[in-house]
Write a protein that binds this ligand. Sequence first.
Ligand code: SAM
Length: 222
Amino acid sequence: MQDSTDHSAATELADITTTRAGYDGVAQLYADLFKHNLESRALDRAMLAAFAESVADLSSGPVADLGCGPGQVAAHLATLGAEVFGIDLSARMVALARAEFPHLSFDQGSMERLSIDDGALGGIVAWYSLIHLPPDRVPMVFREFHRVLADHGHVLLAFQTADLPDTVEAFDHKVARAYRWAPKRLARLLTDAGFTVIARMVREPRPDERFGQAFLLASKVR
Ligand SMILES: C[S@@+](CC[C@H](N)C(=O)[O-])C[C@H]1O[C@@H](n2cnc3c(N)ncnc32)[C@H](O)[C@@H]1O
């Protein structure tokens, strides 16, 4: 079902090569740092719980965790009853996810080009993974999400917020170039791609975070 990504240097965009190499390099450190991250984030878990409940009601296909990293969000969704698999650019991340959560399926691939049939998914989670996409490619990715989701399928996004309303700002992420979005702006792109935005949640940064954190839940409604 998964990866048709062409990793050859001739065809791959430079930012994708850089992001993959960056996460390959820090994969173990990242996995150790974020293993228990959700435990102290009740509001983030609340969004995941609402998403899991929404896709369970629908039962029209599995959930793809796109940019799954070491797999802890996919594993959390599985404990909530979701049938979930993960896809990530980084081979090291995929290897760590498979080792830690052998009961789940993880594959290497890009959210920009999914080898998934039209309408095959009940849900998509992109948890701090869209942040590395150059903003001009986000509309195309949302159209790809729309293509692979079943009618009434749900998408859940997590990302760092921009300071100013309706803006997108590059920030100095440690691994790869990244962007933080005003929720309103990203929500508009979801709407443009055919989604209906159901909920947006913004919370203040915790002491170990630099920025506010935002969450968007949307569905594909015909
Ligand atoms: C900040 S980490 C988030 C990982 C995980 N979702 C979490 O919350 O811990 C970003 C992840 O997205 C992946 N990623 C970035 N761009 C991607 C793309 N175009 N397709 C698939 N994965 C991507 C990276 O390899 C990395 O593992």
